[in-house]
Ligand binder design. Structure first.
Ligand SMILES: *Cc1c(COP(=O)(O)O)cnc(C)c1O
Length: 353
């Protein structure tokens, strides 16, 4: 606290990311990072971009990256926006599109950054409870709103909403923007990108942090109708036009073009997720059906999530525990390599038996 802070700074409730402790080597399953490294092609592109001259500003338009994303999703480059991680893309989205007279709607259990942006930008919001199975029921969203945002698949529940439901939501709300945060879509849900070509009010955001192994490079993007993208560009160019440095632009472009590595790592992760879900169930955990690179697991009777989280940490395994209503009985466990998941399971066995 300081007398020099503005009132707005006083009133903020900043986002708290998952811990990145440095005190020892952990099996790190707490921030949904990809366990596989980016490909050599990506690393070579980053090196080449750095060699070529960091003394010059990066390209503020970033057409190569836009083209690579546009080609992958078969849309026009005028429908593509990128930023410094999808967190920044989302920030610009809140400022550009979601601050309206009517309240913004989002699920009560979802990405905990949304309420943070609402505070920062002074956006009124209503949190709509997920149903008892932790699913989004689109009937609960039939109220006046100035926008709707949700992750799909949802985080931290890992559950996906079918594309038909998203389309219904879009049709029922022709006067508000529906933002689908697809940070995890590559791990098992259907993308809403095709809807962006059919409707003027859908914005899809994605990230290179999870399925493309580039959390440390900080690149995210959005796809939507050209008018929505133009709105995002207006805000971006009123804030920071050189969003991405040359290494990030080049690395993300190379990653988008390297479909083979992307698919190989994604498939390996899904296979690991499926056998480890089974193994967790055998230990007595109740695991939600995951379409992501993490699972939400309810510990067996007689064990609290917090106790297991702490015991795992002391054994060198980090998972995420949210001390917040409705999900404080669960653990969110990111999917690592086969060896890392085996390490988790061994540690869990010694804790719960
Ligand atoms: C990880 C995550 C993001 C942010 O990703 P970055 O691109 O790393 O900023 C956005 N939304 C959800 C739901 C996430 O889990």
């Amino acid at each position: 606290m300081s007398q020099f802070w503005s009132q707005r700074t006083h009133d903020l409730t900043p986002y708290v990311p998952g811990e990145q402790p440095k005190d020892m080597e952990y099996i790190k399953l707490n921030t949904n990072e990809n366990p596989y490294p980016p490909s050599d092609k990506v690393l070579a592109a980053i090196q080449a971009a750095s060699d070529e001259g960091l003394r010059r500003y990066s390209d503020p338009i970033g057409n190569d990256l836009k083209q690579a994303i546009a080609d992958y999703y078969n849309v026009d480059t005028s429908m593509v926006f990128f930023g410094n991680g999808s967190d920044e893309v989302l920030g610009h989205t809140f400022a550009a599109l979601l601050k309206q007279d009517a309240p913004l709607l989002f699920p009560d259990i979802c990405y905990s950054f949304y309420p943070v942006y609402c505070k920062l930008f002074g956006i009124e919001s209503i949190q709509i409870p997920l149903n008892e199975n932790f699913e989004i029921d689109i009937k609960d969203y039939e109220i006046e709103n100035g926008g709707i945002i949700f992750p799909n698949p949802n985080a931290p529940t890992s559950i996906a909403l079918p594309l038909d439901d998203i389309e219904t939501l879009v049709q029922k709300n022709p006067n508000s923007v529906i933002v689908v945060d697809e940070a995890y879509v590559d791990f098992g849900a259907e993308t809403a990108v095709p809807l962006t070509k059919k409707y003027p009010n859908v914005l899809v955001t994605q990230t290179f942090s999870k399925s493309r192994s580039l959390a440390g490079l900080r690149v995210g993007f959005a796809i939507g109708a050209p008018e929505l993208i133009e709105g995002l560009e207006r805000v971006k160019n009123s804030f920071h036009p050189y969003t991405l440095g040359k290494p990030a632009l080049a690395g993300a472009t190379a990653s988008m073009l390297d479909v083979e590595t992307f698919e190989k790592n994604r498939d390996a992760l899904i296979e690991t997720r499926d056998w480890s879900t089974q193994a967790l169930a055998e230990l007595g955990f109740d695991v939600t059906p995951s379409s992501t690179n993490f699972v939400l697991a309810l510990p067996p009777e007689g064990h609290s999530a917090e106790e297991i989280y702490l015991a795992l940490k002391s054994k060198g395994v980090l998972v995420r525990y949210f001390k917040t209503p409705r999900i404080d009985k669960h653990l969110r466990i990111s999917i690592g390599t086969d060896e890392e998941m085996q390490g988790l399971l061994n540690a869990l066995k010694s804790i719960i038996t």
